[in-house]
Design a protein around this ligand. Structure first.
Ligand SMILES: Nc1nc2c(ncn2[C@@H]2O[C@H](COP(=O)(O)OP(=O)(O)OP(=O)(O)O)[C@@H](O)[C@H]2O)c(=O)[nH]1
Ligand SMILES: [Mg+2]
Length: 434
């Protein structure tokens, strides 16, 4: 039997209300002792007092949720107390004295998973919802939580099972007992492949909306990087000056472009320098620009380097206010960070780079590498089976083996056969009280 657990569900800090959660078989009995009250109706809010020895600690609202229709699937109690760190700590300590165990991070959701309230995909979406930095990601994760992605995978799984059971049946029977007609299953396998491919392709967008993008501003000293950084953020976070070598440390701030969370970085101007501190800054800038999702190369009035651009780079010519008309060249991107000219264009180009050709309307995205890895695996295994059938290279044992492995990968995504360490890792990344 699992212990009864307790944890604050709201962060420690001053707030009007703090919520403490208790889950497990003894939850109600322990809360009755804590409040010296006998009656708690299922799903009713009760005004009660919390006692430590015989002293009143706080006036609280207690809501009791009777198993099994609760978040965890167990008896669950939520105590809303005043949002003081001392009150929350005192109540939690007293609940521990009365027999509760302090919950591990994500343990409430883990119990929901164990009790079949959620599959692993849905549990993962809860973490993403809490951490969500964009509306689009929030909507996507809500779709996953409501089971849309799980249903898609269950349909794929059912088709796979149909195909697999056909071949496994033939493995069991005498080979003269019936004709093997694998081509009857081509449609199913094609369907499975195309659904898995769609999901695989959705990963880059899903990751974009879930994790956000790192956009790094780089270039030589004094070209106006920090001025542009401030302008894009509508702030004065970074120091700017006419002295080259002003920025040393990497500075970052978050913004949101078309629902995509962006972390924007300002860096030290790249040049040969003998100054130790500046050199460290330049090294950091070079390192960061290598891992950036998007690099904005800033130039002062003209491009002095005509290298081919990588897909994740944009050249921007700043200080266009100091250029005469005749010196503008087609196809180059001009701006004046100081005078707020051309900044919208920069945002437009970033948007295009980020969302090129991918639809974002109705699809459900997969967002974790774990999901992507297993879907890739299932896609690969069903692909081998399909190819073998098309090439008339029929070995029932091999076909069954590939399909069974594909099935295992789908089960891993949903958490049916996922090893404990992976499951624990997922829940450990949640907050305490979730
Ligand atoms: N005329 C003009 N001056 C600008 C523009 N943008 C920035 N500046 C000026 O250029 C100088 C350098 O600006 P910064 O933003 O500090 O340049 P930086 O690239 O961050 O420089 P480092 O941090 O030293 O690498 C400052 O005097 C800015 O006011 C612009 O669009 N037009
Ligand atoms: Mg700077």
């Amino acid at each position: 039997m699992l212990e009864t657990i307790v944890a604050p569900a709201t962060p420690y800090g001053e707030s009007s209300i703090g919520v403490i959660r208790i889950s497990g078989l003894r939850a109600l009995e322990i809360v009755k002792t804590l409040t010296k009250a006998k009656v708690f109706k299922n799903r009713y809010a009760h005004y009660r007092k919390v006692y430590l020895d015989n002293d009143i600690i706080d006036d609280v609202i207690v809501t009791f949720y009777k198993s099994p229709n609760t978040y965890t699937g167990e008896d669950l109690v939520e105590i809303s107390c005043h949002g003081s760190v001392t009150i929350i700590k005192t109540i939690v300590n007293e609940l521990i004295n009365l027999g509760c165990l302090m919950a591990e991070p994500g343990e409430f959701t883990k119990r929901a998973f164990i009790n079949g309230k959620l599959d692993l995909l849905q549990a993962e979406s809860i973490t993403s919802i809490i951490k969500s930095k964009s509306d689009i990601n929030l909507k996507n994760q809500q779709k996953i939580l409501s089971g849309q992605l799980s249903s898609k995978l269950l349909i794929i799984k059912q088709k796979l099972l149909d195909v697999l059971s056909y071949f496994e049946h033939h493995l069991d029977i005498d080979e003269f007992d019936g004709d093997l007609e694998p081509e009857n299953y081509l449609d199913s396998l094609n369907f499975i492949q195309s659904e898995l491919k769609n999901l695989m392709d959705s990963f880059s967008m899903g990751k974009l909306y879930n994790d956000g993008l790192h956009v790094v501003i780089c270039g030589k000293p004094n070209v106006g990087k920090s001025t542009l950084f401030n302008r894009m953020l509508n702030s004065d976070i970074a120091i700017t000056s006419s002295e080259p070598g002003t920025t040393r440390d990497i500075i970052n701030a978050e913004l949101n472009i078309n629902g995509i969370p962006i972390k924007l970085f300002d860096t030290a101007g790249i040049r040969n320098s003998d100054n130790i501190v500046e050199k460290i800054g330049i090294d950091k800038a070079k390192k960061l620009s290598k891992t950036a999702d998007l690099k904005l190369n800033i130039y002062d009035k003209k491009i002095d380097k005509d290298d081919d651009l990588n897909k994740n780079e944009i050249n921007i010519i700043n200080k266009c206010d100091e250029l005469s008309e005749g010196r503008y060249k087609d196809k180059l991107l001009y701006c004046s960070a100081k005078n707020n000219v051309g900044i919208d264009l920069i945002f437009d180009i970033i948007k295009k780079k980020l969302t090129s050709s991918k639809s974002t309307d109705s699809a459900t995205f997969i967002t974790s590498s774990r999901q992507q890895l297993n879907i890739k695996d299932a896609y690969h295994k069903t692909g081998v089976a399909l190819e073998n059938i098309i090439n008339n290279n029929i070995n029932i044992e091999i076909l069954s083996f590939e399909l069974r492995e594909a099935l295992d990968s789908i089960d891993l995504i949903l958490g049916k056969t996922t090893p404990d360490d992976i499951i624990n890792n997922i829940f450990n990344h949640m907050c305490v009280g979730k």
